[in-house]
Design a protein around this ligand. Structure first.
Ligand code: SAM
Ligand code: SF4
Length: 325
């Protein structure tokens, strides 16, 4: 098995693959209210292509694959696909990022999926604000999804909250309580300027400001997660009196490029070395040709083009829903 290392010595062992650009929500920070057309089905990677890609990636040393979207659960056949994947790339950990709304429909499949982690996005516990932030989502579906995940599975659960100033930044305490009662780790994510049509600088709030406002139930102590490969870009804190953990992802105010271990693949099969860069390498023709050596060569090209940090990347308008967050 190989090891994917880039020009700056970073070990790239984690890939995020978007299985669809489509979503049943249109979150304020992710998509414009109107005018984003879904990509035609024939341009989206088939599950067979993703299986093939996963095998090449495993041979190159990838240890963890996250499936994301758009909303991955809106794509038909996701769970049978995940079942086949387990046999195809044994030893590779598979994890999922979802808005949680369709978990109640698929809970039996999720429980049998062999997933090693599920991240559910949840920005507020206020019904009206939830509808506003997701542009018409139903909070109860997500709450039920999280409840079922906690009760019917033992899959480690994280709740991702994107902070927007004056919108949901007053809810951290309520979300912390909710996460604790569901055995989940809450992660606060800074609103990232990925798409000019949704970015609002006035709604940005640094995660450090939120940390200072954390309820004083005990003392939040910084955890050393430098050796925890699953920690990703999050900094974790632990409440010494309750043991509860909280993560913060400060992509904007405190960038973590030095320890970035990931590559992304869009639903159309474009490998993106950096979230903040427009640049990508189209793997699809090689996937369609079924030639593993060609796919591997393109992956290595993407690895070699990974910028040192996003300051060195060619930034441009990017829809998070198309590349999977
Ligand atoms: N639909 C799924 C979900 O919402 O979890 C998966 C895809 S979504 C694009 C992946 C993650 O990106 C979510 O946690 C979402 O909150 C986050 N995200 C989307 N746009 C963002 C932005 N502008 N800034 C920070 N996080 C963002
Ligand atoms: Fe959909 Fe997730 Fe984007 Fe919200 S963050 S619009 S749920 S893809």
């Amino acid at each position: 098995m190989g090891v994917l290392k880039d020009r700056f010595g970073r070990h790239l062992n984690y890939i995020r693959i978007s299985v669809t650009d489509r979503c049943n929500y249109r979150c304020l920070y992710c998509m414009p209210a109107e005018g984003l057309e879904w990509i035609p089905h024939e341009r989206i990677m088939t599950y067979e292509e993703i299986l093939f890609l996963a095998r090449v990636l495993k041979d190159l040393g990838v240890e963890k694959i996250r499936f994301t979207g758009g909303e991955p659960l809106v794509r038909k056949g996701l769970f049978p696909f995940l079942g086949s994947l387990r046999g195809f790339v044994p030893g590779v950990r598979t994890v999922l990022t979802t808005n949680g709304s369709l978990i109640p429909q698929y809970i039996d499949e999720v429980a049998r999926s062999g997933l090693s982690g599920v991240n559910v996005s949840l920005d507020t516990l206020d019904e009206g604000l939830f509808r506003f932030m997701t542009r018409n989502g139903n909070l109860q579906d997500v709450i039920e999804g999280i409840r079922l995940l906690a009760e019917r599975t033992d899959i480690p659960l994280k709740i991702n909250t994107v902070l927007m100033k004056g919108t949901n930044d007053g809810e951290v305490e309520t979300l912390l309580d909710f996460a604790r009662t569901h055995g989940a780790v809450l992660r606060l994510i800074e609103f990232m300027p990925l798409d000019d049509s949704v970015w609002r600088k006035d709604l940005f709030i640094p995660a450090s400001e939120i940390l200072q406002r954390l309820p004083e139930r005990g003392f939040w102590e910084r955890m050393d997660n430098s050796s925890d490969h699953s920690a990703g870009p999050a900094r974790y804190f632990r409440n010494v009196s309750t043991g509860q953990r909280i993560g913060v992802i400060e992509a904007v105010s405190h960038h973590f490029c030095q320890s970035c271990n990931r590559l992304r693949v869009s639903a159309t099969g474009v490998m993106r070395p950096c979230l903040f860069s427009e640049e990508g390498i189209d793997l699809r023709p090689a996937l369609l040709s079924g030639n593993a050596a060609s796919v591997e060569a393109l992956v290595l090209q993407a690895v070699n083009s990974k910028p040192q940090s996003y300051c060195h990347a060619n930034t441009g308008a990017t829809h998070m829903s198309r590349i999977g967050g």
